[in-house]
Write a protein of this length. Sequence first.
Length: 126
Amino acid sequence: MTDTGPERPEQQIGGGLLEPGKNNLQLIYVLYLIGLAIGVSALVGVVIAYINRGKAGGWVETHYDWAIRTFWLALLYSLISTLLMIVGIGVVLILVVAVWVVVRCIIGLQAAARGEAIKNPKSWII
């Protein structure tokens, strides 16, 4: 008889990339980061987040709210920055938006790796 040992935490809460859980969250955050270069991957990430929101519960739910909010706020801030390019400040603001997205994704990745909830998933900033 073989003993495989105790289940790892990521197996207890969704082990697959498309199942709600830690691996799925990490995939979404990575898609957002890739989305800075290839925009369509961020769209794929938000669709995955919407599909899995409400399925996992607990700390994972805060991440889905955070990820969905990150997408929509980044889109809003990018549109505002694009409009402000007319007066010149938009170029700087679009860089600020990119840094903001990277920071939110890093916060999410670190919290997901530790199995912790996002403290304020409804935040507009960080």
